[in-house]
Design a protein around this ligand. Sequence first.
Ligand code: IFM
Length: 454
Amino acid sequence: MTIRAFPKGFLWGVATSAQQIEGGFAEGGRGESIWDRFAANPGRIEDGSDARVACDHYHRWREDVELMRALGVGAYRFSIAWPRVVPEGRGVINTIGLDFYDALVDRLLQNGIRPFVTLYHWDLPQALQDRGGWGLRDTADAFAEYAALVTTRLGDRVTSWVTHNEPWCIATLGHEEGHQAPGHRDPAEALRVAHHVLLSHGWASERIRQNVPGAEVGIVLNLVPVSPASPGKADNDAARRFDGFFNRWYLDPLFHGRYPDDAVADRARRGHLAGRDLPFVREGDLPAIATPLDFLGVNYYSRLVVQADADGEPVAVQMVPEEELTDMGWEVFPQGLHDLLLRVDREYKPPRIYITENGAAYTDDVDTAGRIADVRRVDYLRGHLLAAHRALADGVSLYGYFVWSLLDNFEWAHGYSKRFGLYAVDYATQHRTARDSAFWYRDVIAANAVDDAT
Ligand code: IFM
């Protein structure tokens, strides 16, 4: 067995998001979010559930901090629910909501856990959606105000700030494919949404830095290594186009201050833009978006293999048998994390990278003694940590790693059917049970090292 040690000070964490764990949806003055509304529509959520109670973290947060303490994590990445602190998105401030996060931050710090705060993890106040949501430039302005408010209250204790989680999902899943809230299917709107989300990142970064001396500010992208299904020209071209819209559409403006030409041309050709112009981009927007980041958060779960369909359009194909997929239907491909980190490091040169999410959904293997021997999750995490370690050895500026997720939780349109937690949640009793992966991760953190299990 070979032990791979991580650098001294490497940050080990766990991640969650407000809508997925908090519950308390109508308590303490919280407003309605787009996910509350979306889930209330029959047929939107696979198991017919909603996030009104979720993991009841709103009441059990002290117990959940204890779970983190037992793991020995150095950081907790969680998100603030915008509708909990500004119920209508703009205007009246709900101090009870701010108090909730204030107390959580204090408790984390008392336990030696660094709060790593995401401002937006998909739960837009419904009131803002009613006025046009992220399709409207005004929402970017509202977000910057909200960022200023939250950092004014927590910025004396929280220094690590993420503006947005996974803009691709917000734009494409929410506004082009309709699988996520608000459930629109409008490719032209999705492009505006992507731009306004990025713009709001730039504007909010400025407000955060004004309020938080010494802040580290970043954004979290879900990135995938894309490979062609065959060496042929059509598949290669399909993979390049997929990469253009999935990865480069976000990385290029953030790091190079421009949208990728080939991807813009592609969108125009598909009729999602009137010409090659991006009419929603105004003077000053791109420099604002390209405000230097202190770190890039990378969420990695799998790779995508892409081929050209009969019309030459890119489609993702599965290369491995079903038993090698996680319950999300995602291929387990640790090498992709190494390759992705290298690519991002070399091509975009972020000063720091954190792996802000990595993990796997598997149904429980509970043994007769009630032990949850989630061997597949441990294998998944080990494989990815070894890949991260190889990236470090290759010189990537990787500073930390967060497991998704601390707890089983509301997995968006899949409801509660997918379980990502180091801790299993019994939703009938809200009892949390440590899976073997929790004990394994605790030992990794304590050793600051991972073994290759050979
Ligand atoms: O649960 C989500 C999370 O909210 C965003 N990143 C991917 C996770 C797993 O699907």
